[in-house]
Structure formats: C-alpha cells, structure tokens
Write a protein that binds this ligand. Structure first.
Ligand code: GLN
Length: 389
C-alpha cells in the first residue's frame, strides 16, 4: 500500500508551542508557553480595524499587500533604520511572519541546498527548510554567550544557500551586536549566501539596539528581512507579517505568497498602516520599558523558585534550567508544571534538533499582565517543595 502521507511531513511534528497552549487550556493553567500577549492592542489599531470593516475594506488586498501599509512600512524602515525600501518593488505583506519565512525559503532555496540554523532555534525554521527539501544545518550556540562565529563558519560551505538570523532571539533573548552581525555578513558574502532575518521582536529589547542586517554595508542585496505586526502591536491573531527583499527576489517571493494565501486580511492591513502612521515614538519605547518590568518580575520569580536563568536582552522569553529542581526530562517536567503547578512552559527540546540539547530547559513567556505574572510566580514558588527528584 502507498503511504497515505507525503514524506516531507514525516521529518517534523506539529508545533510543540501550540500543543502546550492546548494542554494549558485543558488544565486551566496560566499559559506562559505560547508567546502571545493577554493585554489589549493599541486603541488606534482596534478603532482603525473596526472602521476598515465598516468602510467595506473587506475584499482582497493586492497580493503584495495594501498600498497604504507598504507605504507606511517604507517610511518606517527609512525613519528607524535609514533603509531605502521601495514600496512597489521590495515589500510583500503575508499572513504572519510564519508565512513570510516559509514563502521566502520556498522562493530562494533549492532542494538539496543547505540552510544554516542556530540552536536553540525558534521551532519553525527546521520544518520550513524541510518543506523546501533543503537541508537544515544546525549550529549549537551557548544561549548567553557571544555568537560563536568560528562554529558558524565551520557549518558553512559552498552548499550554503542561506543563514537564518533571529535577533532579538526567541528563545534565548540575545540581541546581536553590530560586530556579530558583521561576522555573519562576512560569511554570507564569502559563501554567496543570503541572510534571512527574523526581526519580529525588533521593538522589544532591553540592552543594545536592534540593527537590521540589511543596513550593513553591501548586505541590502543579499538580505531578506522578515518582521510583522504581531509582537510590536500585540496582535498575534491578526496574522500580518512583512518581507523586505531585493526586487528580483520579491518577484519570486510574491509568486509563492500569491499561491499560498493570496494575501493577509485586508482590513487588518489597513489598521496596521493607521497604527504605523499615528503611534508616536513613545509607544515603542514604552513597549520595551513595560516588558522590562515584566521580565524582571518573572526572572526574579524563577530564580527565587530555584531555576537557573539570565534576564534576556530582548524579546519576551526566559529560557530556564530546572536541573536544580527536578531530574525529569524537559517534556515531562513541562507537562507536570502545567498540570500540577498550574503554569505552562515550553519544553526546551523543542528548540533543539537533538532533543538532548534542551533536556534541562523550559521556556517561559512574560508577555502577560502583572497580576498574571504575580500569580504565576506564586505558583512556581511551590515547585521546590513538591518536585520529585
Ligand atoms: N512566536 C510565539 C512563540 O514562540 C508564538 C508561536 C506561534 O504559535 N506562532 O511562542
């Protein structure tokens, strides 16, 4: 009998992160697993979305994305980063940065090409590479340390088509420095490879600054910049992602995007454009400063409860080592934490190709209101007294 499913689906599982949300819901646990905010989106965006629906912006936006949003994005990249982005030639708006990343890889990677992915990684990159019949090449990096450019160089070869660069990083929180980005840019140039960047947390950082790879000398032509509205505007369910790419690559990316999804929701694209046009700079600085308070609260709570972890430089996750508390493997520990302690986290193994890399780790998200974090910390304080070794 023929196998009922395609081989390309055999090399990966459904998202562990989203699986933990289902488990959290089943057990009424506080969900610090999947990274989505529990607080409202900015009023300006919500009003603009309602207005857009009432004004009947209810049919397809054009494939590349609504013109108003592309123009707002071009202005944003110029104002924030000094990037020259042509809204007609360089931008594609997608259904979240998840579609963006998949569409980009499908558009630029050939079967058999190698794609360099740093571990720990955000769980999409491996499956995205597999969906293109490419070979992900994993490079294990210390979550806290400086980027090990020698290890990355050793993973690159003439077969390398792209290096995926996620800064600020999920799950480690690292914000790459200019020198680190320059090291990666050098490798891209040497191997004639693309930098495919995931910059979805570009406005959420506590140390350093966010530097888009595309702004480094000579890199605009070999960088594809993925970002989106989800994290910046606390609208993860709106599914609006963005791609900035050189014109020739955008032609290919738009073809893939067109036949995958046609386009992201038109009224929501409109609303995000309004948000980008009207929200002041202080909105973005408050976003980071409010997240810093939440970060410090959860970090102190985790350390107090017996976890080992450092405060992240950016994004909204803490990767915590629980080996002082339990000998359970990471997935069992995360299930136990959800069911018995009432706090859901993501098992560390889902950020590693070799699950052993994450066997003592769990990831907590702190994109929650303070009362929720206070309650989570209170529950986590009980881990030490009930954890079995
Ligand atoms: N990026 C978020 C996380 O890492 C959400 C993942 C998702 O469900 N797309 O938790």
């Amino acid at each position: 009998m023929k196998p009922r499913t395609a081989r390309r689906t055999h090399g990966f599982t459904e998202s562990v992160i989203r699986g933990m949300t289902r488990l959290a819901n089943e057990h009424g646990a506080i969900n610090l697993a999947q990274g989505f905010p529990n607080f409202p989106a900015p009023g300006a965006l919500k009003e603009a979305a309602a207005r857009a629906v009432n004004d009947d912006i209810n049919q397809y936006a054009i494939t590349w994305g609504a013109q108003r949003l592309r123009r707002a994005l071009a202005r944003k990249y110029a104002d924030w980063y000094g990037m020259q982005v042509d809204p007609e030639a360089n931008i594609t708006v997608t259904c979240g940065s998840t579609e963006a990343m998949a569409a980009v890889l499908l558009a630029v990677v050939n079967p058999g090409d190698e794609v360099v992915v740093f571990e720990p990684f955000y769980e999409n990159y491996g499956p995205d590479a597999i969906l293109c019949d490419a070979k992900p090449v994993f490079v294990r990096l210390a979550p806290d340390g400086p980027l090990d450019l020698d290890a990355i160089a050793a993973a690159c070869s003439s077969r390398t088509r792209a290096i995926i660069v996620n800064t600020p990083n999920n799950p480690t929180g690292r914000v790459l420095t200019r020198a680190e980005l320059e090291g990666l840019a050098e490798l891209c140039r040497k191997h004639d490879a693309y930098a495919i960047t995931d910059e979805i947390y570009e406005h959420i950082y506590y140390e350093g600054e966010h530097i888009p790879m595309a702004t480094l000398p000579g890199m605009a032509d070999r960088t594809i910049t993925v970002s989106g509205a989800s994290k910046t505007f606390s609208v993860t369910g709106w599914r609006v992602g963005t791609i900035i790419a050189p014109a020739d690559l955008s032609v290919a990316i738009r073809k893939v995007h067109d036949f995958l999804t046609v386009g992201a929701p038109a009224p929501l694209q409109e609303a995000i454009a309004v948000g980008m046009e009207t929200l002041p700079r202080s909105y973005y600085t408050s976003l980071s400063s409010e997240y810093r308070v939440r970060r410090d609260m959860l970090h102190a709570g985790l350390v107090g409860a017996g976890f080992t972890c450092s405060p992240p430089q950016g994004a909204y996750y803490i990767l915590a080592d629980f080996s002082a508390l339990s000998d359970l493997p990471d997935d069992e520990f995360a299930f136990w934490l959800t069911k018995e302690i009432g706090v859901a986290a993501v098992p560390g193994s889902s950020f590693f190709n070799d699950p052993a890399g994450g066997k003592n780790l769990v990831r907590f998200a702190f994109c929650k209101t303070e009362p929720i974090l206070v309650e989570a910390v209170k529950r986590l304080a009980a881990v030490r007294s009930v954890a079995t070794r």
